[in-house]
Write a new protein. Structure first.
Length: 95
C-alpha cells in the first residue's frame, strides 16, 4: 500500500515559478520494500515516471529509506499564473 503525506505543492513566495520544496511530498510504502540504494533518484533510474509535470519543472523522487520516497519539483514553471495550476500530477511505478 502507498500513502502520501500531502496532496499539493505550492509555488514559492518569490512568485517565480519555482516550487516551495521545504515540505515535499513523502510517499510511504507498506508491505513491500523499494529496490535501490538510499539516495537513488527513482525518476532518473527509470523506476518511476511522473506525468503532467508543468513545462519547465522537473520531478525528482528520491528514496530516503527502503520504504519511503521524497518527491520534489525542481527548476521553474514556464507559466505560473493561477490559471496554470494543475491538479493531476501522477506518479507511475515502473516494473
Amino acid at each position: 500500500m502507498l500513502a502520501l503525506n500531502k496532496t499539493s505543492l505550492s509555488e514559492s513566495a518569490a512568485n517565480d515559478g519555482t516550487i516551495d520544496n521545504s515540505s515535499p511530498i513523502t510517499i510511504s510504502l507498506t508491505g513491500d520494500t523499494l529496490v535501490g540504494a538510499v539516495g537513488t533518484d527513482f525518476v532518473a533510474a527509470g523506476k518511476i515516471a511522473v506525468s503532467n509535470v508543468p513545462s519547465g519543472l522537473f520531478a525528482v523522487v528520491t528514496n530516503t529509506t527502503s520504504s519511503n520516497l521524497v518527491a520534489i519539483l525542481t527548476n521553474a514553471a514556464s507559466s505560473h499564473a493561477t490559471a496554470d495550476t494543475i491538479n493531476n500530477l501522477e506518479f507511475h511505478f515502473q516494473d
